[in-house]
Design a protein around this ligand. Structure first.
Ligand SMILES: Nc1ncnc2c1ncn2[C@@H]1O[C@H](COP(=O)(O)OP(=O)(O)OP(=O)(O)O)[C@@H](O)[C@H]1O
Ligand SMILES: [Mg+2]
Length: 483
């Protein structure tokens, strides 16, 4: 039996005694009643003194250690308490008979947790107990968690076990949290007392890696890279490198670059910061925006080649000295420079948060400055290209629920001869009626592919004729010059 329970029993015995005394008082004269009251009060005072003394003695000789985690530390909520509450709540909910459900702010679904006051946990074959108690010092409904374990496991529990609890608790919180999509506000709207550099909304894209149509080996490579990055905190620390990674997504419009970013966020449970560079006035603002992003998030700059002039060679003189040189003439446009962006990704300030992923997208990789996309800044270059047969099969499964079909062979041949983006293939596969008709959709795709092939053939012929005519003209003028 726990020590707390023993005291509860003694307390209820005293309460019973007081009730009996109160009943007896009715049958005794006033004088005797007063002495009885004094006697009870004195007993209670002595009882609390004895209780305190006993507590001290028990703690001195008890083989158990108690650690308390209050709900509030001063005015602030104690994040350790929150993580513990989540961790304890999630301990074998499948076996528990007492559960509670909650749908809290920023949570994406109903969360079921254990509702037991006392929960037993095991770590490396060592048993510990978590007890949730109302706070004795507060009149409100504040609570605290008490962790009870045997003295001999002190190092294990105060070290690895508590780290494990906090890490797991935070991971569960992140998983249950509704992801947010942030976009930067123009600096005119920033106010000094409120941190409103970013506006955010719930991020609800259903994109996942399962639904992305691309080469399966390439997809697996990206997933493995993301997994090893997200679990690589210690590894990066060992290397002395900031824990961050850059991905460059490039390819023609409609090949899935934005879809891939959404899938990454869903896969890692990270928030997205969609940075609109054209509204950032200068490098200082860019740095401020960076410092206001949270750790474990994805910072995206879409169409980086269109956002600012990052296509030219870097000017000599290092990042700071070239800021003025690349300033656009028009005062109203962004003065963010290439060096500002380079510092944003891997300058000193980029290490102020951890677990960040930078993603740039472009339709024209050849236009970008090599310094911007070198490994270490953009660690992985991912090409998203026209629809291959493998990618088509994923789309057919997603849109029509078919794994194979007689028309697949013909489509495979046409896809090799034609350049069609996954966006266009998807549009053709989309059922036009409520009831799915795979035959009609696949035939419509074949028609679209044949049309595209014909168009491409005509275009190639036209270009060939232009070339021939140019050549003829050159010869004609050359002859005239000679004679
Ligand atoms: N690889 C893909 N897998 C699955 N769906 C795709 C893929 N590519 C495109 N789509 C579909 O096409 C639509 C447009 O794709 P997306 O916005 O990701 O293209 P993008 O490469 O970002 O284009 P842009 O360069 O114009 O920004 C998506 O909503 C999605 O439905
Ligand atoms: Mg896009």
């Amino acid at each position: 039996m726990m020590i707390g329970e023993s005291w509860a029993q003694i307390g209820s015995t005293i309460a019973g005694l007081m009730f009996t005394l109160a009943t007896l008082q009715q049958f005794f004269p006033h004088q005797l009643r007063l002495s009885l009251q004094q006697f009870v009060l004195a007993s209670l005072q002595q009882f609390s003194l004895v209780q305190k003394l006993c507590d001290k003695l028990v703690n001195l000789f008890s083989p158990y250690i108690h650690i308390t985690f209050p709900e509030y530390s001063g005015y602030w909520s104690n994040q350790a308490f929150d993580a513990i509450e989540t961790y304890v709540g999630a301990l074998s909910t499948t076996k528990a008979s007492l559960l509670k459900g909650s749908l809290v702010q920023n949570s994406k679904a109903l969360v079921l947790t254990r509702d037991d006051r006392k929960v037993c946990d095991e770590f490396n074959a060592v048993q510990v107990w978590w007890v949730l108690e109302p706070s004795p010092t507060s009149s409100s409904e504040d609570k605290y968690f008490q962790l009870i374990f045997h003295r001999q496991h002190r190092d294990l529990i105060t070290g690895s076990y508590l780290d494990h609890v906090l890490e797991q608790g935070k991971a569960i919180q992140a998983k249950n949290k509704q992801r947010r999509l942030y976009t930067n506000n123009p600096s005119e709207n920033w106010s000094s007392y409120k941190k409103n550099l970013w506006s955010d909304i719930a991020f609800e894209s259903p994109a996942t890696f399962q639904t992305i149509a691309m080469d399966p080996n390439k997809k697996e490579e990206i997933i493995n890279d993301l997994v090893s990055f997200s679990k690589g905190k210690e590894y990066y620390m060992k290397l002395g490198k900031p824990w961050k990674r850059g991905y460059l997504l490039y390819g023609p419009p409609g090949t899935g670059k934005s879809t891939m970013i959404a899938a990454m966020a869903n896969f890692l449970n990270y928030d997205i910061y969609d940075l609109e560079l054209t509204t950032v006035k200068n490098n200082t603002e860019l740095r401020k925006l960076l410092t206001e992003t949270s750790s474990k998030s994805i910072i995206v700059i879409e169409d980086i080649d269109c956002s600012l002039d990052v296509t030219g060679e870097r000017k000599k003189g290092g990042p700071k000295s070239n800021e003025k040189e690349t300033e656009p003439e028009n005062e109203k446009t962004s003065k963010v420079t290439l060096s500002g962006i380079l510092n944003f990704i891997d300058g000193t300030w980029s290490a102020c948060g951890t677990g960040r992923i930078f993603v740039f997208t472009t339709n024209h990789i050849d236009k970008l400055d090599p310094a911007l996309i070198r490994r270490g800044r953009m660690d992985m270059h991912i090409e998203l290209s026209y629809c291959s047969f493998e990618a088509f099969k994923i789309l057919a499964k997603n849109y029509l629920d078919v794994d194979s079909h007689d028309l697949f062979e013909k489509i495979g041949i046409l896809l090799k001869e034609t350049e069609m983006t996954p966006a266009d293939v998807a549009e053709n596969l989309m059922p036009k009626r409520e009831k799915k008709d795979p035959d009609a959709c696949l035939n419509s795709l074949i028609q679209a592919l044949e049309d595209a092939k014909e168009k491409a053939k005509l275009k190639a012929e036209k270009e060939k004729n232009i070339k021939i005519n140019k050549g003829k003209n050159m010869k004609f003028y050359a002859k005239r010059l000679l004679f």
